[in-house]
Design a protein around this ligand. Structure first.
Ligand code: GLP
Length: 260
């Protein structure tokens, strides 16, 4: 895994946005795997700015979101449909028929999940998957103990995740119990991964994911097996990494052709 440590979440978000912009310019039909949560907000802001000021064109891009709460209609303000609409899709030119977000209101969850996997395959697979990380190491909504080979399916949230996500709902009991999420295996099939994490609340999860053993108890740790995974963190999220100096050294001494 490549570890990129930046002085602030803003600086890290700009690097993530530049990676995506580079991919979209080189491959206008790119398939992007997108994430929600507070972490990627700065990255979306920067992509919107690039779209407005530099004409970054998303018209041929296809997107697949990681996850959605079961039972929440798209119009619910805490749904991931609403989040993506507000922070990204309403402000750039992704074609509505190329946007895919799991349907939390489907009446046939297993059939829907199977179809979601097929749609990803039919689109040619995900070129770049953006990920945040839960304080317990979850990616998407793959909670600790998720199969590291899992595909899109229903999951039950942990008490910790419901607590973490309570601000969007009011109180933890209002956070839905169930979610539909891409599996860990689905995520691992993406050609490139960008894992973003900011703030001290993520420091232990990042240390375990990057330097700990590969274990279903920290699903993000499987990214150690991904050939092209970048972990972009701010100083606080990097604080518990043991090999900090080495990661900084590597980044500062990249050959010119590898720099963005
Ligand atoms: C939710 C999402 C994850 C996200 C995580 C962290 O659980 N399903 O995709 O990474 O929250 O959220 P935040 O970025 O707000 O810390």
């Amino acid at each position: 895994m490549e570890i990129i440590i930046q002085p602030s979440a803003d600086a890290a978000s700009q690097i993530a946005a530049r990676h995506i912009a580079k991919l979209v310019r080189e491959k206008p039909h790119a398939v992007l795997g997108l994430a929600t949560g507070s972490t990627p907000l700065g990255m979306y802001r920067e992509l919107v700015r690039m779209h407005r000021e530099q004409g970054l064109d998303f018209s041929s891009v296809t997107t697949f979101n990681l996850d959605e709460y079961v039972g929440l209609p798209a119009e619910h303000p805490a749904s991931y449909h609403a989040f993506m609409g507000e922070h990204f899709f309403s402000q750039v030119n992704v074609a509505p028929d190329r946007i895919h977000i799991p349907d939390g209101t489907t009446r046939h969850v297993p059939a829907f999940c199977q179809r979601y996997e097929e749609m990803i395959r039919e689109a040619g697979g995900i070129d770049l998957q953006v990920l945040g990380i839960g304080s317990d190491g979850h990616i998407g909504f793959n909670e600790p103990s998720s199969s590291l080979a899992s595909r899109t399916r229903i999951k039950t949230l942990t008490a910790q995740t419901r607590q973490d996500n309570a601000p969007f709902f009011g109180k933890p009991e209002d956070v839905p119990l169930h979610v539909i999420t891409m599996g860990v295996g689905t995520i691992m099939d993406a050609r490139q991964i960008l894992l973003l994490a900011f703030g001290e609340k993520k420091a232990q999860a990042i240390a375990d994911a990057v330097e700990g053993p590969i274990t279903a108890m920290n699903p993000a740790s499987i990214l150690q097996m991904h050939p092209v995974a970048k972990c972009i963190v701010d100083e606080s999220a990097a604080a518990r990494l043991k090999r900090l100096d080495y990661y900084r050294w590597v980044y500062d001494h990249k050959p010119d052709w590898q720099k963005l």
